[in-house]
Design a binder for this molecule. Structure first.
Ligand code: ATP
Ligand code: MG
Ligand code: MG
Ligand code: MG
Length: 476
């Protein structure tokens, strides 16, 4: 089943069951606590918080999502992309636990000619929050899942809250057993590659008070109106329905890998290292196109830096695969071709997307040349001094003058057998930000030497990802 058909079926299944279809929101979150949308519920947050009235008691969507913290997983696990699409159904004070569980089960297991995905029920494993007897009972007694395929998990994976006082509640996840070639048995509690998580059901049930973290807070009582928030990864379901080994081999990403193999002459499946690079290229180029499509431009801070980091990583992997000239135009074109049907904004914005992407490629190729010289000299000096750790100030210089994301420096240093003093790098980044802040403050109060201020401000503003990582898990 093609990705486009998975999406169509999702929306019509829920529409036929009384849900209002809501189009995907932009990746640029309309939310000051988030850089980018990491989950389908984000556009509906005001409804869950009772700050606005929902357009209908039941809604459904297929939301574009970006999760930067998953960047290191890309290509290495079989199931993480920096961009993916989250299919969701939501209830605002309408159906609750039993309703959500029944809908999910019906859609996953109904025959294809009845609009379902026809998954084999015996391959589905359920996790519930360890204290959620009610959910366990529904799965076992109402749906009929054998007790041995229902596992109880702790707060980390199976309890949702936004990290602040407000709604919270247990989750229940549906996982698919891909079989012994993906490792030992024992269910999702012990093996998340074999028993791949496809769908998370969040039961917003309680009101939480203030606490010190994600797990340490008082539950004040039941919410007056209980809500449902669910998320299913479209690419993960596609991977199962298309019978492929990982999400990068599903229809919409495989064509990008094919283009990368065509441009480099490397054959997919020939070698683990180059396979990982091909997957990274496919994932990252798609993410870049989707981000630029929604109006992000490469830069040294915030969203711009997310885009820069992801796009530069894609280009660098193309070079590791053997490409020497520009490659971005053809890769962008391929992504637009495969994603344009679902996201027509890519077609209307094509010219702008190409212009932004090509400019960033040109800037990076130039930076790579200049930066590689600095790096090579620094590596030689480090080795001559008998050390295996590249000093933090060199990483900082590479970032500051050539826009080298830290992971690029880490990778290039590793190729030469060195690690990097990342703490030193972060300290310098922090100092630079503080200097810029202090100068901006001084400027406001009229005490600054403007020339010096400008010089610092021009160089400043690069942010690392901790802020984003800290808020990423706020949703689903
Ligand atoms: P995992 O444990 O596999 O990292 P998660 O628990 O972080 O997933 P949720 O936050 O529950 O994921 O998101 C809901 C669904 O979105 C998941 O069940 C999965 O199908 C999908 N999903 C989450 N992260 C990714 C990703 N990086 N790439 C593709 N799909 C994803
Ligand atoms: Mg995750
Ligand atoms: Mg999980
Ligand atoms: Mg989950």
């Amino acid at each position: 089943m093609e990705s486009a058909e998975i999406r169509r079926r999702w929306l019509s299944f829920f529409e036929e069951r009384g849900h209002k279809v809501v189009p995907s929101a932009s990746l640029i979150a309309d939310d000051p606590t988030l850089l980018l949308v990491p989950a389908g519920m984000v556009p509906f947050k005001p409804y869950f918080l009772g700050e606005a009235k929902p357009p209908a008691p039941r809604v459904t969507s297929v939301q574009k999502c970006v999760r930067t913290p998953d960047i290191e997983e890309v290509g290495k696990t079989t199931r993480h992309g920096t961009f993916f699409q989250m299919c969701g159904n939501f209830s605002f004070g309408d159906y609750f636990k039993e309703g959500a569980i029944k809908l999910a089960w019906e859609l996953l297991t109904a025959p294809q000619d009845k609009g379902g995905y026809a998954l084999d029920p015996e391959k589905l494993w359920i996790t519930v929050y360890k204290e959620d007897d009610e959910a366990e009972r529904i799965w076992r007694d109402v749906i009929g899942v054998p007790a041995e395929r229902i596992q109880r998990l702790g707060m980390g994976p199976n309890f949702w809250s936004m990290g602040v006082p407000g709604p919270c509640g247990p989750c229940s996840e549906i996982n698919y057993d891909r079989g012994p070639e993906f490792g030992e048995e024992g269910g999702p509690a012990v093996n998340d590659e074999r028993y791949v998580e496809i769908w998370n059901l969040v039961f917003m049930q309680f009101e939480r008070g203030a606490g010190t973290g994600k797990e340490d807070f008082p539950i004040l009582g039941d919410l007056p109106s209980k809500n449902i928030d669910t998320g299913l990864g479209l690419e993960r379901l596609a991977m199962i329905l298309q019978g492929v080994q990982n999400m990068y081999e599903t229809d919409t990403l495989q064509v990008v890998m094919d283009k990368a193999t065509e441009l480099t002459g490397v054959r997919y499946g020939a070698e683990h290292g180059s396979d990982v690079s091909l997957r990274v290229v496919a994932d990252h180029m798609r993410t870049s196109v989707m981000l630029i499509g929604d109006g992000v431009t490469p830069g040294n801070e915030g969203r711009g830096y997310v885009l820069r980091r992801i796009m530069r990583r894609a280009i660098r992997n193309m070079r590791l695969l053997g490409a020497s000239g520009p490659v971005v135009a053809e890769l962008v074109d391929t992504v637009i071709k495969t994603m344009g049907e679902q996201y027509p904004e890519l077609l209307t914005e094509r010219k702008r997307i190409e212009t932004v992407a090509l400019a960033e490629e040109a800037a990076f190729l130039k930076a790579l040349k200049g930066g590689t010289n600095i790096l090579d000299t620094a590596v030689t000096e480090t080795k001559a001094a008998g050390s295996t750790v590249l000093p933090g100030d060199k990483a900082f210089l590479l970032h500051d003058t050539w826009g080298f994301p830290i992971d690029l420096t880490l990778e290039m240093a590793a190729e030469q057998g060195l690690t990097v003093d990342e703490d030193g790098f972060r300290r310098l980044m922090k100092e630079q930000r503080e200097r810029a802040k202090a100068d901006a403050q001084a400027k406001k109060t009229g005490h600054a030497d403007l020339g010096a201020y400008r010089e610092i401000a021009d160089n400043a503003g690069a942010t690392d990802f901790t802020g984003y990582t800290a808020t990423e898990n706020e949703a689903v």
